[in-house]
Design a protein around this ligand. Structure first.
Ligand code: MN
Length: 495
C-alpha cells in the first residue's frame, strides 16, 4: 500500500481559442507561475503537476482519460482561467473516475482600478468564466470540492491540502487489504457489515485467515528475533515489569504478524479474544506497536474500524497529532463536567500518548488466556474528532463527532490500560444522544489531525452518507436530517 508521498495531483487550466494566441500564452504563463508557487508553499501534502491549458472538447477528454489511467495521479484540480464553455467539459467529466477539485480563483488578487482596461478584464474573468465550467459538474450531479479564494491566500492552500488528504484516502483505500483473524465478537451487531458493499464503495478488501496459521508463525520466531524486538520495545517504552516471558511472547506475536502482513501487503487487521485457539495470550503490546507503525486495528473483529484506522492514519500522514483506534469506555457524569474516558482492554495506540508508555503485565479478566504485556499511558489533550462507520443496511454511514481531549491529571494506579479523556461537543449529553440516534458504534478512530471537513470530503467522494455531530448541533434538526437522509437514500438513483 502506498502513502501520501507517492501521489500527485494534476492541475488543468481551462480556456478557449476565442481570445487568440496571446491570451492563451498568458493563461499558460499564469498557470505556470501559480503551480510553481503553490508547490513552494510547503503546506500541500502532495505535488501539483501542471498539465497545461485546455481549449476544446478533445483536449479535455484526453486529459481526463490520462487522469484515470495514471497510477500516480490521485485527482484533478480544474480552474477556468478565462471563459471555458462547459459543453467542452461534458465528455471528460463523464469519464472522470477520480477525485475532482474546482479551484475558483483568479490570477490577479486585486482590481487595479486606475489602470485596468478590457485586456485586463478578459484575462481575469473567472468570476463569470469559471462559473460556466462549474455549472456542468453540477448538471452532472458530480461530487467535487469547490475551493474559492485567491490562490496565494493560505486558507485556500489549507483547503486544497485538506482535500488532497481526503482524495488520497479514496485512492489508497483501493489498495487496502484487511486481515481478519477470526470473526467478529459473538452477537455484536455494530461491528457487522457488508464486505462486498464496502469493497464496492471504499475499495477495502477484507478476508479471513486462520489463527492456526498465525500460531505456526509465532512458534517459528527465533530467539534472536525476540531479542531484537525487545530492544525495540525498550528503546521506545519504559519496562515496568519483571515478567519478561509475557513481553517475549508478545514480541513473538508481533514478529509473526509483521512478517505475515508484509508478505501479503496487509495494512489493517482484527482479532478477537473469543478466537485465540493455540495462542497463549491476546496480543497487547504486539498490536499497540504495530498500530504505532501505521497498521490499523479493530478489536473484537471490527474490520470496518480497523480499515478506517489505516485510512485516517494515511490521510493524516506527516501531521503531528496522532490518529488512533479507540473505544468509548466509561463516563464521568459530574454535572457540567461530563467527559468520556476512552480505552480498550489492551489495544490503545501509543501515537496519542502524552506520557512515555510503560510496559506492564496484568491479568486479562476475559478470554481465559495468559496475562498479556501491554503499554500503559495517559492520552494527550487537544481538539480532535472521533469517527465510526456503520452499515445501515443498503448503505454505509460515516459518523464524525467533534471532541476536545484533556490530558488526565489524576493518578489511576489500579487501571492497567492506557486511557484518554475527552469532552464531546457541544457536551456529552447532546453528543451521545445524537451519536446513538445515528447508530454510532462504541469503537471509533480518534484523530488529533483530521477534521470533520476531511471526513466529509472523504465520504462525499466515496458516495457514502456523512453525519456530523458538532458544537452547534440541534437534536430536533438532527433527527429531521437523519429522516431525510433515509428517504433520500431510498429513492432510486441516489447512490
Ligand atoms: Mn472493543
Amino acid at each position: 500500500m502506498r502513502s501520501l508521498k507517492d501521489l500527485e495531483f494534476w492541475f488543468v487550466t481551462g480556456s478557449q481559442p476565442l481570445y487568440g494566441d496571446d491570451a492563451i500564452a498568458s493563461c499558460v504563463a499564469h498557470a505556470d507561475d501559480m503551480i510553481k508557487k503553490m508547490n513552494g508553499f510547503g503546506t500541500l501534502p502532495c505535488a501539483v503537476v501542471n498539465k497545461g491549458v485546455v481549449t476544446c472538447t478533445e483536449e479535455i477528454t484526453k486529459i481526463m482519460k490520462e487522469v484515470n489511467y495514471s497510477d500516480k495521479c490521485a485527482g484533478v484540480i480544474i480552474f477556468a482561467h478565462t471563459f471555458s464553455p462547459s459543453k467542452m467539459w461534458i465528455k471528460g467529466l463523464v469519464d472522470l473516475n477520480k477525485p475532482l477539485l474546482h479551484l475558483h480563483t483568479q490570477y490577479n488578487r486585486d482590481i487595479p482600478y486606475a489602470t485596468m482596461d478590457m485586456d485586463f478584464m478578459n484575462l481575469n474573468q473567472s468570476a463569470h468564466g469559471d462559473r460556466e465550467t462549474g455549472f456542468m459538474a453540477t448538471r452532472l450531479r458530480m461530487n467535487r470540492k469547490i475551493v474559492v479564494g485567491h490562490w496565494e491566500d493560505p486558507r485556500v492552500a489549507e483547503k486544497i491540502g485538506g482535500w488532497m488528504r481526503s482524495a488520497a484516502g479514496i485512492i489508497l483505500g483501493k489498495e487496502l487489504k484487511i486481515c481478519r483473524f477470526g470473526d467478529n465478537m459473538r452477537f455484536v451487531g455494530v461491528t457487522e457489515g457488508d464486505k462486498v458493499e464496502t469493497e464496492i464503495k471504499l475499495g477495502w478488501e477484507c478476508n479471513t485467515y486462520p489463527v492456526g496459521g498465525l500460531v505456526k508463525g509465532i512458534n517459528a520466531v527465533t530467539d534472536a528475533e525476540v531479542e531484537e524486538k525487545l530492544a525495540e520495545y525498550t528503546s521506545k517504552y519504559d519496562l515496568n515489569t519483571d515478567n519478561l516471558d509475557s513481553v517475549k511472547y508478545q514480541a513473538k506475536c508481533e514478529i509473526a504478524m509483521e512478517k505475515f502482513f508484509k508478505k501479503n501487503d496487509f495494512n489493517a487487521f482484527t482479532n478477537t479474544f473469543q478466537d485465540l485457539y493455540g495462542m497463549e495470550q491476546l496480543p497487547g503490546i504486539a498490536t499497540q506497536n504495530l498500530m504505532s507503525k501505521g497498521i490499523g486495528y479493530g478489536g473484537e473483529g471490527d474490520w470496518k474500524i480497523a480499515a478506517l484506522d489505516t485510512i485516517m492514519k494515511k490521510m493524516a500522514e506527516g501531521m503531528p497529532g496522532g490518529t488512533a483506534f479507540m473505544e468509548d469506555y466509561t463516563y464521568h457524569l459530574e454535572q457540567g463536567n461530563e467527559m468520556i474516558m476512552g480505552a480498550h482492554m489492551l489495544e490503545v495506540d501509543p501515537c496519542v500518548a502524552a506520557t512515555k508508555p510503560k510496559i506492564e503485565v496484568h491479568e486479562l479478566s476475559i478470554g481465559d488466556k495468559g496475562a498479556p504485556a501491554r503499554l500503559v499511558f495517559n492520552g494527550k489533550g487537544g481538539k480532535g474528532i472521533t469517527c465510526c462507520l456503520v452499515d445501515m443496511g443498503g448503505r454505509l454511514r460515516l459518523i464524525c463527532a467533534d471532541v476536545e481531549a484533556v490530558e488526565p491529571k489524576v493518578e489511576m494506579p489500579k487501571l492497567p490500560v492506557a486511557r484518554c479523556l475527552w469532552r464531546p461537543l457541544p457536551d456529552l449529553l447532546t453528543s451521545a444522544e445524537a451519536w446513538i440516534l445515528a447508530g454510532g458504534a462504541h469503537h471509533t478512530v480518534l484523530s488529533f489531525d483530521l477534521t470533520a471537513e476531511h471526513m466529509r470530503d472523504y465520504a462525499e467522494m466515496a458516495g457514502i452518507e456523512f453525519v456530523h455531530i458538532h458544537k452547534d448541533i440541534n437534536i430536533t434538526d438532527f433527527k429531521r436530517d437523519l429522516m431525510l437522509a433515509d428517504i433520500a437514500y431510498q429513492i432510486k438513483g441516489i447512490k
